[in-house]
Write a protein that binds this ligand. Sequence first.
Ligand code: SF4
Length: 343
Amino acid sequence: MKPGALGSPGVALLSRGPLARGCELCFPGLKAVVFVTGLCDDGCYYCPVNRERLGRDVLYVNEERVSSVEELLVEVYRQGAMGASITGGDPLIRFDLTLRVIRALKDNFSESFHIHLYTSGRYATRQALIALDRAGLDEIRFHPTRPGFEERIADAVKYTSMSVGLEIPIAPGLEKWAVRLIEYSDRVGADFVNLNEMEFVEPNAEALLLRGYTEDPRRPHTVKGSLEAALRVLEWAGRNASIPVHFCPAAYKDSIQTINRLRRTARLDRAWFEEAKGPLLVWGEIRLGEERVLAPPRPGLIAALAEEVRGEAYILEGYPTRNRRPVTLVERVYPPGGGGSTL
Ligand code: SF4
């Protein structure tokens, strides 16, 4: 198929064709994000990965740093995840660990636990792709950063049973690159293409500014013009491609996926004295010098207990992290008169 001219965004839709299975589970917060390593040999100027992680061989599940596959499984369990996305860095740089993680997830949760993985394709040799498929990987998403890497997409389609997709950032000036990759993916029989709104965040802000990109004041943390660029590509794809193409707005990640994931973790992982409030947990705390006693967030109850022991009583809230650092002091209930504050 030949690319047509990239036209006006007016008639384009934000997606065409069915969503990839990995995305279906992402939106409701059912996927755990498994960051297997920060190592990566691609050096993309737009890389949004936090610099505390990028280039470092560290393992995280969602926001939690873990140090073993066993700890990783505990975090996935706390979330009640029904699938995982394996990301980095480039997970294929830590190939053996990636295979171990895939197998451990399948063995401990179930064969239907859906796993997708992101890679630039740099290290996705045929043998590597076949090994990933055999380990149980369900879906692979390529972000071909260099000419030639896209051939890995064709190899994955030809030599494996995995669902194969393309996932690339989109911004003004990248439309032709996107069109070329969509055409290629369509021609070799890949399953889907995702266009990610390019993020404008602290790790990549300077590099983006140097290339003339600015932040969109109407869409915080995104590159100005990224949405319009995506719409032009979608409009082109609607006329020229048969592969499903979707646009993923950056806000989905923070305001939908992450919040839904935290909500679910809060609901499933709360202790007897905690109450889930959206993505947060609320609990009571009685303090007597250095000692802390945790209790349900019932003002009358904890005020009475604090009065009895001549201590102080607070209601606190925080995210459902492993070590439950409170983020807000909601109220000091004893002695009376304390207001809320951010800790
Ligand atoms: S391939 Fe991904 S992790 Fe690596 S530099 Fe590019 S955007 Fe960052």
